[in-house]
Design a protein around this ligand. Structure first.
Ligand code: NAD
Length: 270
């Protein structure tokens, strides 16, 4: 924090769709300032020229380590690509900077490694596969429903440029459903599949169906069935703005966490 209590933020993935939204919105939040922007695209260009709105007038750099050494930073927001997030987190942690990772698709090995680095450096961090407040409530409600309705399927729908499937949110929802179930789901007769994969992929005994189409943003429906009734819990992110309140909250809270935490719900429902 600077002498006015402002939290200084570095952002990696600044020229991407989420990064630009962060540049336009999070920098308008009182007490938050984006002081470093990194991306491999649009290097040397001003964030305002790239993202528009009231994005800060700082140049995009392509060297994370050098950029973190050149300016005082408190928190690193990562909206680049999950494949680089462990390395980006390491760059931040060894400088005492708390990472807030929004890029999805981190492996279990990545999470283990970042957890260890947080412990070694004594600097906390957060990985939030979903920052939308409504999505976190959807997951919480699904957890409540699974206790009494163990038969569950997830349909997740995203824009066609999303690389990973199923989404991190769908995987986490399936884990929460499995942990909350009191009874096993009903065993169904082996279906005759006329099209390979038509029943989706099963994770934690929850079939997941991933839809990818242009025009979509991020949507998920968690369906529960039991004799005579069906419960559908649905969430739609209509716009990337839906994630920004959660990002700002994570930036404000991350340095008070203990070690490496996975899931914004740990902050939201604490
Ligand atoms: P995008 O492809 O539009 O943007 C990614 C940006 O990161 C690009 O500008 C790219 O050049 C840059 N980049 C990638 N790897 C880099 C590296 N090693 N160094 C520097 N720059 C790098 O993607 P997007 O739609 O903005 O999404 C970004 C990530 O955020 C994805 O993993 C996506 O799944 C995730 N996401 C998370 C949430 C959430 O709530 N946690 C919400 C939406 C998207």
């Amino acid at each position: 924090m600077d002498e006015n209590g402002t939290i200084r933020i570095a952002l990696i993935g600044a020229a991407g769709r989420m990064g630009m939204e962060v540049l336009r919105t999070v920098s308008q939040e009182p007490g938050l300032e984006i002081v470093v922007a990194v991306d491999r695209e649009h290097v040397g260009e001003s964030c305002r020229a790239v993202a528009g709105g009231r994005a800060p007038e700082i140049a995009i750099s392509d060297k994370l380590g050098a950029a973190l050494d050149s300016t005082k930073v408190d928190v690193l927001i990562d909206f680049s690509h999950g494949s680089g997030s462990a390395q980006h987190a390491d760059s931040a942690l060894k400088r005492g900077i708390a990472p807030v990772i929004g890029a999805t698709g981190l492996s279990d090995a990545d999470i283990k490694e970042i957890t260890l680095r947080c412990k070694e450096t004594g600097t906390p961090g957060l990985y939030a596969p979903n920052f939308a407040i409504g999505a976190l409530l959807m997951m919480r409600f699904a957890e409540m429903a699974a206790r009494w309705m163990p038969d569950c399927e997830i349909v997740e729908l995203h824009h066609d440029r999303k690389e990973d499937a199923p989404s991190g949110t769908a995987l986490r929802t399936a884990e929460m459903v499995q942990e909350a179930r009191q009874d096993a789901p009903t065993r169904k007769p082996r279906p005759i599949l006329k099209v390979e994969g038509v029943r989706g992929g099963t994770y934690k005994d929850v079939p997941i169906h991933s839809v990818r189409l242009p025009g979509l943003v991020a949507h998920q429906e968690v369906l529960f069935g039991r004799p005579g009734e069906v419960l559908a819990i649905k969430h739609d992110s209509m716009d990337r703005a839906s994630f920004m309140k959660g990002v700002a909250l994570a930036v404000r809270e991350v340095r008070g966490l203990n070690g490496f935490v996975v899931g914004l719900d740990k902050i939201l429902f604490k």
